[in-house]
Design a protein around this ligand. Structure first.
Ligand code: AHG
Length: 347
């Protein structure tokens, strides 16, 4: 029983919790000069993720599983869930005067929005992967949305490719939504990482994980081991070293790999661990995309006390040369990422 004579289950009756909305409002009050532009972006991400979450949960019922172009029993062409999520995200930002344009995993090129009449304020670009891990969706595996926000280089000019090709150090915010056993929105604006869980009963994101820090232990070790013969010698050495479990740090380490980046990253943030998607030596490239997968999660990892590397470079320092650039990606606990880098360098 609480001091008001109610059980914990009834705590919502006292409204003694933070929602995404109240959290944003409090943050805005603390920054006297804030014009709320950025807060609105977060509000809109919250709304978009509720819509996508509802679609993901009803995927089977809505007959949206399957590939683009396939036809359902009514003879209607089905839209892939990736495309639905992409449309939701695009339209979310299209209506915001402060957003100059977006880049998405689902779009070949960036999409510039025309300037809204009378709008003279700061302008931002948003990059996103609307539904990461979607090849797993038919098997009911957790998927996610990753997003990040950059400030336009020239707020009064037209939106251009250079507004997107900025290093992660220039990010003003990043986050992800995981559609799992519950839906969670996790983000950073450069002041720690905060997680909000969607309570379906009240339709609100409730602050559930304030100031998340990656525990300093390597509980989870996440890599697609089937790719072993494609790895460079440094990666093989690191993976073998962890798997031998001889060093004290790795004695309790366990192997966990979902193949859905947001889900793997989220689990490792909570339990402590390292995720690797190294380069394939035959192509010399990684699989994951710098702009809307690696850099946003790298900012979250660093804000939570972790690190992210491409093997020879801090991910946040990499300046993209193209929208859909792929990089080798190692992210998680700082100590483990640093050990990987050392072995990578020494090979
Ligand atoms: P997709 O969105 O096509 O399902 O790709 C998933 C991505 C990422 O989420 C995950 O970490 C990685 O690909 C898994 O790749 P492998 O199947 O090669 O391990």
């Amino acid at each position: 029983m609480s001091e008001f004579g109610r059980t914990n289950d009834e705590s919502y009756l006292g409204l003694d919790f933070d929602t995404l909305e109240s959290y944003i409002a409090n943050e805005q009050q603390m920054h006297a000069h804030s014009r709320g532009l950025f807060s609105n972006i977060l509000r809109r991400v919250g709304l978009a993720s509720k819509i996508i979450s509802a679609k993901v949960q009803r995927a089977g019922l809505l007959d949206v599983l399957g590939t683009k172009g396939s036809v359902n029993v009514q003879g209607e062409e089905q839209m892939k869930l990736d495309d639905i999520a992409n449309e939701v995200m695009k339209r979310t930002f299209f209506w915001m005067p402060s957003i100059a344009g977006i880049a998405s995993e689902e779009e070949d090129d960036f999409v510039a929005f025309s300037k809204k009449e009378g709008h003279t304020g700061h302008r931002y670009t948003v990059v996103f992967d609307p539904l990461d891990g979607s090849s797993n969706i038919d098997a009911n595996v957790s998927v996610g949305t990753i997003f990040a926000v950059y400030r336009c280089l020239d707020p009064s000019g037209e939106c251009s490719l250079n507004d997107f090709l900025q290093p992660g150090t220039a990010l003003v915010a990043a986050g992800y939504v995981i559609y799992g056993s519950s839906t969670m929105l996790v983000f950073t604006t450069g002041h720690g990482v905060h997680g909000f869980t969607l309570d379906p009963e009240i339709g609100e994101f409730v602050l559930s994980h304030e100031n998340l820090k990656i525990p300093d232990r390597c509980k989870c070790f996440s890599v697609n081991a089937a790719n072993h013969n494609k790895w460079d010698e440094g990666t093989k050495r690191f993976v073998d070293y962890v798997r031998q479990r001889e060093s004290e740090r790795y004695q309790e380490t366990t192997s966990r790999y979902i193949g859905s980046l947001v889900a793997d990253f989220h689990r490792n943030m909570l339990y402590g661990g390292i995720f690797l998607y190294p380069k394939d030596i035959s192509s010399g490239k990684g699989k994951l995309r710098l702009l809307y997968e690696c850099a946003p999660l790298a900012l979250l990892a660093e804000q939570a006390g972790g690190a992210a590397s491409s093997g020879d470079q801090r991910v946040l320092d990499i300046v993209p040369t193209e929208l859909h650039q792929r990089i080798p990606y190692i992210v998680g606990n700082k100590r483990d990422v640093e050990l990987y880098e050392r072995m990578y360098r020494e090979q």
